[in-house]
Design a protein around this ligand. Structure first.
Ligand SMILES: Nc1ncnc2c1ncn2[C@@H]1O[C@H](COP(=O)(O)OP(=O)(O)O)[C@@H](O)[C@H]1O
Ligand SMILES: Nc1ccn([C@@H]2O[C@H](COP(=O)(O)O)[C@@H](O)[C@H]2O)c(=O)n1
Length: 311
């Protein structure tokens, strides 16, 4: 494995030399990580060496703060609120994201749900990349963090489904028993979702109902990222409201709903326009799911020279 060359940022496709930062929020077990995995897979990044990846994913869980001895005891009994904003070290998350935006290589710790702490000897090196996905229940909660994202996605999966997924996951992968999972859910996870996570849905540019099952939404997002990676389009500005105020709810089969508007960057509209123009450029056998527009496009020109394009 070789380190990326020193001039990597000058050659990785961004005039601005800034990675495109995508926040992926949503309730517990809504499918945030799975959506990110699908995006990575569709972009052919999943099996690449860390040093070669142009798209990388980071979990907000890596930024849980260190617990005091008494908090640690409570956590072991399932009596600590890991769904409250105070459970996170948001300053550390902010600092790492700023380093990433500055094109620096960063170390992201690995979180251990069994010990409720950062693994002392395990971390991941995140090399400069074109696109960085940050997923977590409260990635849109902290204003300074939120303002750094160029694109904000909210994975919107109903709470029954999320609970039904969380119970087996926490038992099989996170070393919990049924009673502990249900108690924690009722006492902390559910109320904190309603108080802190759900209200951040309004900040999203794109709302994805049903998570990774929503193939149209994943496709839209992948095509947008693809354009950023290969068409060398500079990342849009953030922190000036350009990405805010436009919401797209991608609902496969039921049409798409939009609310709000922005004079500056119409992120949601941009996604749809891109998807439709891509659709029109494709040959009939390659067409994307119809997105509610006519599938008959007489005389549409064939796509050219993009055989590696994701499907
Ligand atoms: N669309 C889906 N259909 C079935 N199971 C899913 C789906 N999306 C996620 N899961 C499962 O639900 C659990 C939580 O998904 P995950 O993506 O880790 O959610 P989050 O990152 O939001 O906590 C995992 O066990 C995952 O395999
Ligand atoms: N020690 C911990 C830390 C976090 N949790 C729970 O994880 C959830 C967030 O992760 P998702 O993959 O589900 O988004 C959150 O709801 C915490 O309750 C935990 O149980 N133990």
């Amino acid at each position: 494995m070789s380190e990326k060359p020193a001039d990597y940022l000058a050659t990785n496709g961004f005039e601005s030399k800034t990675p495109f930062l995508i926040g992926v929020a949503g309730g517990t077990a809504s499918g945030k990580s799975t959506v990110c995995q699908r995006i990575m897979e569709k972009l052919g990044q999943q099996h690449k060496e860390q040093t070669e990846r142009r798209v990388v994913c980071i979990s907000q869980d890596s930024f849980y703060r260190t617990l005091s001895p008494s908090e640690r005891l409570r956590a072991e009994r399932g009596q600590f609120n890991f769904d409250h904003p105070d459970a996170f070290d948001d300053k550390k998350l902010l600092a790492i994201l700023k380093d990433i935006l500055a094109g620096k290589k960063v170390e992201v710790p690995e979180y251990d749900y069994i010990t409720n702490s950062i693994s002392p000897h395990r971390s991941h090196t995140i090399y400069p990349a074109d696109v960085v996905l940050i997923e977590g229940i409260l990635v849109f909660y902290f204003p300074e963090v939120r303002e750094l994202f160029h694109m904000k996605l909210f994975v919107d999966t109903d709470s029954d489904t999320r609970l039904a997924r969380r119970v087996p996951r926490d038992i099989m992968e996170r070393g919990r028993d049924l009673e502990q999972v249900l108690n924690q859910y009722m006492n902390f996870v559910k109320p904190a979702f309603e108080e802190f996570c759900l209200p951040t849905k309004k900040f999203a540019d794109v709302i994805i109902p049903r998570g990774a099952d929503n193939l149209v939404a994943i496709d839209l997002i992948v095509h947008h990222i693809w354009d950023i990676m290969y068409k060398k389009r500079p990342a849009p500005k953030v922190a000036n409201g350009t990405c805010n105020g436009t919401h797209l709810e991608v609902d496969e089969g039921n049409g798409r709903r939009m609310s709000g508007s922005s004079e500056d960057t119409l992120m949601a509209i941009d996604l749809i326009v891109q998807h439709i123009s891509d659709y029109l450029r494709r040959s009939p056998v390659e067409k994307l799911p119809p997105l509610g527009i006519s599938t008959s496009v007489p005389g549409s020109p064939q796509r050219s020279g993009q055989s590696g394009r994701p499907h």
